[in-house]
Design a binder for this molecule. Structure first.
Ligand code: NI
Length: 196
């Protein structure tokens, strides 16, 4: 990940939260209407509030508890444009847990690559999903400060997956074909393992 300018470093650091704070929330599954609705922008007056901070902490705590690498607010039935994610060190890049508010993504390269994804709201299934290799990310932190950075590879994939949840889109909608859709147990037996 590349940081666009030095002043953003401090802002980004404040997005990173301890994983043991917050509450474990119920992750809603496909069929809950909130997963198919467009989430709302967090309004200016909500930045810096305890409510937004608690949402962020709950997302990080719940993500870890569910062994996920990303979790969007609609997945805990909160219709705000907020998501948490991280990139484990063994995925080539070590990005600590981070929460983005009102994110905007811009593909920086028109090339896409297919790789396997799953979703905590669609438990037990995996499928091949095309994603842009590189995206520019502009978002706000919990205090409302603007943060900008670039993400590539798995980092970019996670961000695109979580961003889709804010628009009511799930990975199934992005699959070019449902032919690769697999139950995890069968996937472990038969599918070509992801390289990332
Ligand atoms: Ni998901």
């Amino acid at each position: 990940m590349a940081i666009s300018s030095p002043p953003n470093l401090a802002s980004l650091a404040s997005l990173e939260l301890a994983g043991n704070a917050g509450r474990i929330r119920e992750v809603v599954r496909l069929g809950h209407p909130v997963l198919r609705e467009r989430a709302q922008e967090v309004p200016p007056e909500r930045f810096g509030t305890r409510k937004l901070r608690e949402l962020a902490m709950d997302l990080v705590r719940t993500m870890h508890a569910a062994s996920g690498v990303g979790l969007a607010a609609p997945q805990i039935a909160v219709g705000w444009r907020v998501f948490a994610y991280y990139v484990p060190a063994d995925y080539g890049e070590d990005v600590p847990p981070r929460v983005l508010v009102n994110p905007v993504l811009t593909p920086l390269d028109q090339r896409q690559e297919e790789d396997w994804e799953g979703c905590l709201s669609i438990p037990g299934l995996r499928g091949l999903v095309p994603r842009y290799l590189r995206v520019g990310v502009k978002a706000q932190n919990l205090e409302g400060e603007v943060v900008e950075f670039e993400a590539s590879g798995f980092h970019a994939r996670v961000i695109q997956h979580e961003y889709d949840h804010l628009d009511g889109v799930v990975f199934l909608d992005r699959m070019r074909s449902l032919a690769s859709l697999s139950f995890e147990s069968e996937w472990e037996r038969f599918a070509q393992k992801s390289e990332t």
